[in-house]
Every structure is written in structure tokens, then in C-alpha cells.
Write a protein that binds this ligand. Structure first.
Ligand code: SIN
Length: 338
């Protein structure tokens, strides 16, 4: 056992890494070993994925199957399970870190939500894969081994994702490729670090809590875990010919169903062109939505970068420096605070 780990164990009595399985390609099964598409995600049990994966020295690994889904189908149901279980495990002194096996498709949403709501002082590491577990040369086993290494690092904290040897902060990671093994990046922020040969090299500090105070985070958690539906926030794009039809259809449908429903439409996130610019006809409809009481935020449909706001020009639709799917969750949390 290396001396850093001994020191950490003495201080915290933590000797356990818990691996929560939620499905994804990392647990996928294909009809043929050469198939890297057209397989079924979320089939192989997390305990089986851990077979033969090296356990970091001085640690015990415990597996729990929390869900078994293709992450494109994630929503409040599985997010509630994750928030509740991760929270419980973080409170246990014997748990030093948590690894979550997860599909790549919505990894950036789960990572964002866990970091914003829980801001963990222990590591919560999302592990994934681009090839199913049954592939001739799967990438999941190495990614899972790397995730355990990261979770066992002395001083590690916060939500991060590990893929293809790179560690990405939960708030900045994005899936940027549909097929390549190195499918994630952290945009202009760059990766947090690397895992090579079982060793971590960090370029940036581990993620820490944002400005949200602990009391507000606890209130979010209570509300998110409660029985009420989460605020409905929908996403749309600005594009050539965007004339606001979709926005007006949403408003009309919502009015038809009545405004006092707990699942009424409360927010819209629009991915604009370039620096978050919006087709004039779409903008007109979004201003109608705001006038009707909806919160509307804009971001960019560009693969990287964030919307910059000139202090001198009026910001009719507030801009947010997040990719659309994360902006949707940020607005949802904001609506819980309002
Ligand atoms: C999923 O997101 O569950 C399927 C795709 C993947 O994990 O790469």
C-alpha cells in the first residue's frame, strides 16, 4: 500500500470504493463481436464488468446495480435514484469514492446535475465506453480501471468523467464524437488531467463547489427527491426558417392543458446560431413566451465556445455559458430556487 493512501485511510477510515451501475454502452451487448453500433446498451451487470479489473491497492470495491438503461432514456426517475444513493454513500465514512458506470450519450447531463446539487467533497467518477462490453476490443474495461484509479487518488473530489485516459470536470465535459473512443472533451477549459499506466497527472485542481450555498443545495435536493414533477424545461434550436411555430405550439398546448398543473411548461432553452443569435421570427415568439411568464435562456448550437454578451447591447433573452442540455438543467435548478 502506498503511503499517501495509508495517510488518507487513517484520517478518514475510508477504504471502500462503491461502483454504481446504471447501464450504457459500457454494459452493452452486441449480436456480433465486431458490431460497434446497433447493440443493446445496459445489459451486462456491473458486477460482471468489474471481473478482472485491478482494484487500487488498499481499497475494497463494492458493486451495486442501480439501474440498467440506455442513457438516452434517462430522466428524473434514474436521476432521483442516483442523487439519493450518491448522497447516502458520500455520508458514509468508510466510502472514499464512488464510480458510476453510465452511457456516454447523456453523461454530461448527469455529471452536471450531480456536481451542481451535491458538490461532493469525495470523488464521484463517471465511467463509460464507446464500444459494447462484448466487442472484440472493448474500451470499457480500461475506462473502468482508470475510473477506479481516479476515485482512489488522495485528495480527489468532485464529479468528473473518465474516458480514453482523460479526466474531465463534470461541469465542462461534453460528448463531441458519436463513434471515436476519445469521445469527450472539456471545451476551452481543457481536461482536468490524464490517467496513464495507473497514474494520474493533473493539469487543474479537482472540482469544488460553485457559489451556491449548502442550504440552497439541500433545498434543491429535497425538492428533486420529492414526489412533485421537476419543472418542465424544453429545448429548441434556431435555424434557417425558424419562424416561432414550435414555440407558439408549445404555448398553445400548455394553455390547453391549464396553467395550474405541476408539470406545466416553465422554461425554454434555445440553442442559437454562432454567438447565441436568434432568427428574428423565432425571437418574436420567444418574447411572447417571456411575456406569458416563461423563463427563456439562450446558448449556442456551436460545438464549442460559449455565448459572449456585449455590455452595451440589450439582452432580450438572457444568455448562458453552457451547452444546451446542461443549460436546460441549470434553468431547471434556477426555477427551483425562484
Ligand atoms: C448510452 O448512452 O447509454 C448509449 C451510448 C453509449 O454509452 O455510448
Amino acid at each position: 500500500m502506498n503511503s499517501n493512501i495509508e495517510q488518507r485511510d487513517e484520517q478518514t477510515r475510508a477504504d471502500r470504493l462503491v461502483v454504481l451501475g446504471t447501464g450504457g454502452t459500457i454494459a452493452g451487448r452486441a449480436a456480433r463481436r465486431g458490431d460497434h453500433v446497433g447493440y443493446r446498451a445496459g445489459e451486462v451487470a456491473v458486477a460482471d464488468l468489474l471481473e478482472g479489473i485491478p482494484v487500487p491497492a488498499g481499497w475494497l470495491v463494492q458493486a451495486e446495480q442501480l439501474a440498467q438503461i440506455d442513457s438516452k432514456d434517462i430522466g428524473p426517475g434514474v436521476w432521483r435514484l442516483l442523487l439519493a444513493r450518491v448522497r447516502e454513500l458520500l455520508d458514509r465514512p468508510e466510502v472514499g469514492g464512488i464510480v458510476i458506470t453510465h452511457g456516454t450519450d447523456t453523461l454530461e447531463e448527469t455529471a452536471y446535475l450531480l456536481q451542481r446539487v451535491l458538490a461532493p467533497a469525495k470523488p464521484v467518477v463517471l465511467a463509460c465506453a464507446m464500444r459494447p462490453a462484448t466487442a472484440l476490443v472493448p474500451d470499457g474495461p480500461q475506462n473502468l480501471a482508470d475510473a477506479l484509479v481516479v476515485a482512489a487518488q488522495p485528495g480527489a473530489r468532485g464529479v468528473v468523467g473518465v474516458c480514453a485516459g482523460r479526466i474531465h470536470a463534470g461541469l465542462t465535459l461534453r460528448k463531441v464524437h458519436h463513434y471515436r473512443l476519445d469521445a469527450f472533451d472539456s471545451g476551452d477549459a481543457g481536461p482536468l488531467g490524464l490517467v496513464e499506466q495507473g497514474t494520474c497527472t493533473l493539469f487543474q485542481p479537482w472540482p469544488v463547489a460553485d457559489g451556491t450555498d449548502g442550504v440552497a443545495r439541500l433545498a434543491w435536493l429535497d425538492r428533486l427527491l420529492g414526489p412533485q414533477p421537476w419543472p418542465r424545461v424544453e429545448c429548441l434550436f434556431s435555424h434557417g426558417g425558424a419562424d416561432g411555430w414550435l414555440v407558439r405550439a408549445l404555448l398553445a398546448q400548455d394553455a390547453l392543458q391549464g396553467h395550474d398543473r405541476p408539470d406545466r411548461l416553465q422554461g425554454l432553452v434555445v440553442a442559437g446560431t454562432g454567438n447565441g443569435t436568434l432568427h428574428a421570427d423565432l425571437l418574436a415568439a420567444l418574447l411572447e413566451a417571456q411575456a406569458a411568464g416563461l423563463r427563456v435562456w439562450r446558448t449556442t448550437r456551436c460545438a464549442s465556445g460559449r455565448v459572449l454578451v456585449a455590455g452595451s447591447s440589450p439582452d432580450q433573452v438572457p444568455a448562458v455559458a453552457l451547452p444546451p442540455a446542461q443549460a436546460r438543467l441549470a434553468l431547471l435548478l434556477d426555477l427551483l430556487t425562484a
